[in-house]
Design a protein around this ligand. Sequence first.
Ligand SMILES: C[S@@+](CC[C@H](N)C(=O)[O-])C[C@H]1O[C@@H](n2cnc3c(N)ncnc32)[C@H](O)[C@@H]1O
Length: 277
Amino acid sequence: MRSPTAADPCGAGDPVPWGPTGATGGWARLSHGGCSLGTLGVNLLRLYAVVDRYRGGCTFVDLGVDHGVSSLALALDAVPRRNTVFGVDLTFSNLGFDLRSHPHYHRIRGDTVTVGRQWDRGCVDLVFIDSLHVEPHVLSELHAWFPHVRTGGTIIVHDTAWPEGSHDLRWHPGADATGVKWPTPDRAVAAFFGLEQQFADAKHHGFHHVDDDIEVAHHPESWGMTVIRRKSSRDLRANVGDWPRVFAQRTQVLCSLMDAARLRWFGIDLGSAAAAS
Ligand SMILES: C[S@@+](CC[C@H](N)C(=O)[O-])C[C@H]1O[C@@H](n2cnc3c(N)ncnc32)[C@H](O)[C@@H]1O
């Protein structure tokens, strides 16, 4: 170890790899130098408020990373609080905020559902879902990840309040060519957690719901975000009757976005009746 100097106050000799004064000068910067809080908008503040409730030694998972705004919220205090954060995405080419060198942040390149089905890294305290914004994919994510969320843990689903009549993936030529308008993620949350009536009554207002199994806060701003705290060990996957149909629909979605070679290259498990059990 070297002696401390003004430039190297710890005397460790190596540059600080990540932090408020990290490699590219701070957390506000994406890898290409711009600054954005992405599509989370005000929900970034709500996400961090949930993260802040977990005081330490926790495991957080970010499904759909892109530039890393949600990952940043999960990783912000991870070092002093000894939290571990996993980001899952098909590609990390856009990742910014110096997250590549964050000592408690781990990138998992793969499909969010496949990674959930193969997960063997223990119970999870918080899962943030923000990848493909269509019902069968979000339902498949909930199917794969719900069993890993500990009682007292939280699942947060983003994009749960779309403007009337709008659907994701219409911008993609392959998906658009199928003519299918896939239902939005709120439909998945409503079906999985038995919240059909709450979403129908809420329209574009928020709601709060508590029962023996879950406590829910739904926020409609900035495309919507629904926060679900798990209160019991009951397996809520039983709320959905026909999982093989859900997986078949997800296959249809993915096949409209990429060809078989690409699906294989990403190692995507398209699921089967066996995966539903
Ligand atoms: C809306 S962006 C995520 C935004 C991010 N949560 C934030 O706060 O900025 C969606 C991301 O999901 C990723 N994605 C889409 N489908 C996926 C899949 N099946 N598995 C893993 N990642 C996927 C895309 O590559 C993209 O980076």
